[in-house]
Every structure is written in structure tokens, then in C-alpha cells.
Ligand binder design. Structure first.
Ligand SMILES: Cc1ncc(COP(=O)(O)O)c(C=O)c1O
Length: 355
């Protein structure tokens, strides 16, 4: 143990309960299972795989399907086993000291916990800049932190997890323009929900054409395919080629590649329908939480942050409802509620009303 990285003493393994409760609103998954025809098509594609061979390391077919779906070029994409792995690849590629100091990674928070965990385990100095009390960006604090730390990487989850809001675009642009030596990663894990009901999703990916120091992170985990573990970052091709050098040779299983390719090629409507239905249900859930004076925050994601005392956690679980509570003192008194099916919203509201 003596030679383990000392920073591991600060970290805890990421664990999730083994038996999920009936109303699982704690992990920002889609509540909708895949329809039968999509499952059958995936089954056929998987049954035909050459299981005795390594998978295609470059994920050629999935890359083509994903590029088409995103409107991206194939060589702009680095694909990983979830965007978690892509975050780790970015960290690995950028874990070099600069100006004689260890590398640093900056993000506005509270936000996605893996920026800190992955940063620490790759030797980065983590720099989390507090959001304002209303969870918007603090432009002065961000500018000051950039000036002090000159981070190699910056991550912005927009819409942000767990607050649900998207960050101000003018502020983001100013930070990207003022800090050309930083690679700024716009994490759009929740991008498919960044829309009003009936509208189409808003993405910052057009910024790739404007800024060489920007990447856009994405995932299919939130739109119904969490089990596959497929995420990506879209970057200028010359930067993508550098990140590819740290990718494990066979990082995506053949089964995940085949399933995701079938989905994105022939059943992409399933993904769009799930996003649309979640956005509609989000409006209903928001109104119901507001009626109960739970101060639901405006959300462009597939979850809503609302006031729920931590003491309600076990009582809700006893009624079969799991929400996400946090150890972070800035999130005391708040819970993150994933948008479920209409029936799950009913069950949640009944459980809340009974407490
Ligand atoms: C902001 C954000 N980015 C990235 C991820 C990672 O998603 P995945 O590894 O499933 O693609 C998550 C998951 O919760 C997230 O909230």
C-alpha cells in the first residue's frame, strides 16, 4: 500500500445500491425501455458478431453512424466507454506540468463529480469555482481562477448536473476567447433535453468551427442507452488525433458497438421520442413541485433540483422512491429528481404528499 498514490486516501470508490427501488429517480437515466423491434434488431446484430475476434478498435461502423447522427465529421470524434472514459482520456493526454507547476483542471461547481475524481487520480490540481447562489456562472471568479491557475483543461456541464441550468453563452465565449491555451470542454451530456416541449435541442457544437480550443462532450446514456456505455468528445481533427493516442486499443466492446450502431442507424427515433417525452414530463413535474413549495429550479436537463430535506431520503426509499442527495454542503436541503414516466411522477408525488 505504501506506494499507492497518496491522493487515493482522499477518494472513495463510486458505488451504487445493488437492488434498485421500483421508482428509480436517482441516476438521470431514461425511464423508457427500448421497444421490442429495436431489441430484436440489436439481438440479430449481436448474434452475428465474430465473438472470437477483438472488436474493431476504431469503431468504424459506429463512428460513421454517430457522425451522421450528430452532423459531425468522423475524424472529429473520440469515442469512449461512456463519456466518463472520454473525460479520463482527456485528462491522460493533458496531464503534463506547465510552467513548472502540476497541471490543473477547472470547472464551475457544484457540478459532475467525475471532473474532480478523474482529475485527482491523474495528478491534476482540481480548481472548482463556486457558482453564484442562483447557480449561474460567476464571471469575475472564473476569470480570476483562470488567471491564477492557467488550467490545461476546463469543463462546463451545460446544462449542469445537478443544478439543471445551462450556462450563459456570452460568459462562456469570453472565457474561451480569453484563455486560448486551455482546452474548454462543453459537456452536453444533457444537451438532448436543452429545449422547450415540442422544440429541437440546442447544442453549442457550432462553436467548434469558431474556436480551436473547444471540445463538445456527448453521451447516449441519458437518452435510453445507459447500459451500452457509449460517449464521445467532438474536437478539431488534429486534436482528436492526439487524444486517440491514449485510447485503449479495444475500449468499446463489439456488442456495445453493434447495438449502438443499430440504434443510431435504424431506430434513432426511439432516442428522439424519449427526449421529447422527458421534456414534456419535466414541465409537469416542475409545476407539481412548485405547487408543493419545493422551489424547483429551472431545468434544461432530464432532472430537477428541488428542496427535499435529507431526512426524507430513507422515508422515500421505504416507499420505493430513490432520489439523489448530496454530501456537498452547498447542496444541503436539495435533492436531484430525475424525470421519470408519468406514472413514476405520480408515485413520487404520492410519496412526497404522504410524508
Ligand atoms: C455532466 C455529465 N457528464 C458526463 C457524464 C457521464 O456519463 P456517461 O459516462 O454515462 O456517458 C454524466 C453522468 O452522470 C454527467 O452528469
Amino acid at each position: 500500500m505504501a506506494r499507492l498514490k497518496p491522493v487515493l486516501a482522499e477518494l472513495k470508490a463510486y458505488t451504487v445500491p445493488a437492488t434498485p427501488p421500483p421508482v428509480k429517480l436517482d441516476a438521470n437515466e431514461s425511464p423508457w425501455p427500448l421497444p421490442e423491434d429495436a431489441r430484436r434488431a440489436i439481438g440479430d446484430a449481436v448474434a452475428a458478431l465474430p465473438f472470437h475476434r477483438y472488436p474493431d478498435g476504431r469503431a468504424t461502423e459506429l463512428r460513421a453512424a454517430l457522425a451522421e447522427w450528430l452532423g459531425a465529421e468522423r475524424d472529429e470524434l473520440v469515442i469512449g466507454a461512456g463519456s466518463d472514459e472520454v473525460i479520463a482520456m482527456l485528462m491522460q493526454a493533458f496531464a503534463a506540468p506547465s510552467d513548472g507547476r502540476p497541471p490543473s483542471v477547472l470547472w464551475p461547481g457544484p457540478s459532475f463529480v467525475m471532473y474532480r475524481i478523474t482529475g485527482l487520480s491523474h495528478g491534476f490540481v482540481p480548481v472548482e469555482v463556486d457558482l453564484k447562489p442562483d447557480f449561474t456562472l460567476d464571471p469575475d471568479a472564473m476569470a480570476a481562477a483562470f488567471a491564477e491557475h492557467r488550467p490545461s483543461l476546463a469543463f462546463y456541464a451545460t446544462p449542469n448536473n445537478p443544478t439543471g441550468n445551462a450556462f450563459d453563452e456570452a460568459t462562456l465565449r469570453a472565457l474561451i476567447e480569453a484563455n486560448p491555451d486551455t482546452l474548454h470542454i462543453l459537456d452536453e451530456a444533457y444537451g438532448p433535453f436543452a429545449r422547450e416541449p415540442g422544440g429541437s435541442a440546442h447544442s453549442l457544437s457550432p462553436w467548434l468551427a469558431e474556436y480551436p480550443n473547444v471540445g463538445v462532450l456527448g453521451t447516449v446514456s441519458k437518452v435510453g442507452l445507459a447500459a451500452l456505455r457509449i460517449g464521445w468528445v467532438r474536437l478539431r481533427p488534429e486534436m482528436a488525433a492526439e487524444i486517440e493516442k491514449v485510447r485503449q486499443p479495444f475500449n468499446l466492446s463489439a456488442t456495445a458497438q453493434a447495438a449502438a450502431t443499430v440504434l443510431l442507424t435504424d431506430h434513432a427515433k426511439v432516442i428522439e421520442d424519449a427526449a421529447q417525452s422527458i421534456v414534456r414530463e419535466r414541465t409537469r413535474l416542475h409545476a407539481a413541485l412548485a405547487e408543493r413549495d419545493m422551489d424547483p429550479q429551472p431545468s434544461l436537463a432530464n432532472f430537477i433540483l428541488a428542496r427535499v430535506p435529507a431526512s426524507a431520503k430513507e422515508a422515500l426509499l421505504a416507499k420505493g422512491v430513490a432520489l439523489r442527495f448530496f454530501g456537498d454542503p452547498r447542496l444541503d436541503g436539495w435533492a436531484r429528481i430525475t424525470v421519470g414516466t408519468p406514472a413514476e411522477t405520480d408515485a413520487l408525488l404520492a410519496a412526497l404528499d404522504s410524508l
